[in-house]
Write a protein that binds this ligand. Structure first.
Ligand code: SF4
Ligand code: SF4
Length: 444
């Protein structure tokens, strides 16, 4: 009895310390933004140290000594995970941050001569990496990478029983840190074009813009190689990998948007809308955006090679600029991440990402990837559907014993992880579970 009480008191202290540490780290960033604290390397270090300690302590409190895997406790009563007041506050803060980042970076301290506020806080790190003052994108890159790394550790701890989840999470952490953050910054230091080698068209919608093509072509052999690599990714590497493994090779193992959704967004995956109407909206929206990006890219290439400003009676520069504003910034950033606590973590991937749409078509019609279901074992608990971040009603397939071959599925594997009966299996072959069972019986 006393031992139980002591344990509860210790746990309470750990969770309070985690909260205090996280809030203190955040406070340093906020005070610097409002010029109430002097930006310095020390303050930057202290802020990240406190934020990191907060998340790690919180994870320690949540998972230490408990069974690994999903926790349903208080999922629909917590104000954070059930669209309560905490979720609304977080969504508001994230949205404000994104609006400032995209359209009003001067309020974050971006200056032509010498930065101030939040952005100046990151100047020492930026100078160390690339010999330049920080921009709002550098600040964003550091925060984004930090979030994937630290929440990735939390995620690995939660799913420590699953080799698939551990390896997949290490993969997104690596690609974000090395390919999306470090390499492009070092390229700038060497006066080479900024390039995230894994960020391919059409997600990277400016890859075929005139200014980008010129930048790459003027950068000599390395620029030419980057151009060829970008084209090869689209026409060869991606189709082959999607045929072999489904779109998960990109959406759940490599992509930064997917990486953030899987790690920092993990607490909100159950908020995805599973209704048929949401599925209909998803199909209209995501494929419309894919068509727009195809027309836009054809237009900018046409303008680049012919010098004409219109393509199919459309002003290519205007279309490009509207796409950047509405889809590239408002949808992918403000809604895509800002609305995590209200609409789930894959709103952008599901409703807006043209890359996911393109890979999804291939996954549906030309891929070996599928999720096989052993329907006889299903007890209809619904865990799989609840935690599918793409809003797929996995249970309906499981109840019918039907393979899941859906364009939207990003192959995160969480449905399979949370199934208490081992009904679901992510497979890359054409042999389904029944054929395997018959084979096994025959071999006995
Ligand atoms: S069906 Fe399963 S693997 Fe596919 S996205 Fe949903 S949870 Fe992830
Ligand atoms: S989690 Fe497993 S047992 Fe539960 S509904 Fe889904 S497939 Fe059936």
């Amino acid at each position: 009895m006393i031992a139980d009480l002591n344990k509860k008191i210790t746990e309470k202290w750990i969770s309070l310390s985690a909260l205090a540490s996280g809030i203190a780290g955040l406070l340093i960033l906020i005070l610097c933004t409002f010029h109430s604290l002097k930006p310095s390397l020390w303050n930057l270090f202290l802020s990240f140290f406190l934020l990191t300690s907060g998340v790690i302590l919180y994870a320690f409190h949540l998972y230490k000594g408990k069974l690994p895997g999903i926790k349903n406790n208080q999922l629909y009563t917590s104000p954070l995970t059930s669209r309560g007041w905490l979720a609304w506050i977080l969504a508001f803060l994230l949205t404000v941050f994104y609006v400032l980042l995209y359209w009003y970076p001067q309020y974050l301290g971006l200056r032509e001569s010498s930065n101030s506020g939040l952005i100046a806080l990151f100047d020492p790190l930026s100078r160390f990496l690339k010999n330049q003052d920080a921009s709002q994108w550098f600040v964003y890159g550091v925060l984004y990478t930090w979030a994937i790394l630290i929440f990735g550790i939390k995620y690995i701890w939660k799913y420590r029983h699953s080799k698939y989840q551990i390896v997949r999470t290490i993969s997104v952490m690596f690609f974000q840190f090395a390919f999306a953050f470090l390499l492009p910054e070092l390229m700038l230091r060497l006066n080479l074009p900024y390039n995230d080698l894994k960020n391919m068209w059409p997600l990277n919608y400016y890859f075929f813009d005139g200014w980008r093509l010129n930048e790459l072509l003027q950068a000599g052999n390395i620029g030419g190689w980057m151009l060829v690599w970008g084209i090869l990714m689209v026409v060869l590497i991606s189709p082959v990998l999607t045929y072999l493994y489904g779109k998960r090779w990109y959406c759940s193992w490599v992509c930064g948007c997917g990486g953030l959704a899987e790690t920092a967004g993990d607490s909100f995956r159950q908020l995805s809308d599973k209704s048929i109407s949401a599925w209909k909206i998803e199909r209209y929206l995501v494929y419309s955006i894919l068509v727009i990006v195809l027309i836009m890219t054809a237009g900018v290439l046409y303008s680049y090679f012919t010098g004409q400003e219109t393509f199919l009676f459309i002003q290519t520069a205007a279309l490009r600029s509207w796409y950047g504003f509405l889809i590239g910034a408002a949808f992918s950033g403000v809604i895509g991440v800002g609305f995590y606590p209200l609409m789930g973590s894959r709103v952008w991937c599901r409703f807006g990402c043209p890359m996911a749409a393109l890979l999804g078509i291939q996954q549906k019609f030309f891929s070996r990837f599928r999720i096989t279901t052993n329907g006889g074992q299903c007890i209809s608990c619904g865990n799989c559907s609840t935690y599918c971040e793409m809003g797929i009603d996995v249970r309906a397939y499981a109840q019918r014993g039907q393979d899941i071959v859906r364009a939207a599925c990003v192959g995160c594997g969480v449905c399979s992880e949370v199934c208490p009966r081992g009904v679901l299996r992510l497979e890359n072959g054409s042999v389904d579970i029944f054929e395997r069972a018959v084979k096994a019986r025959n071999e006995e």
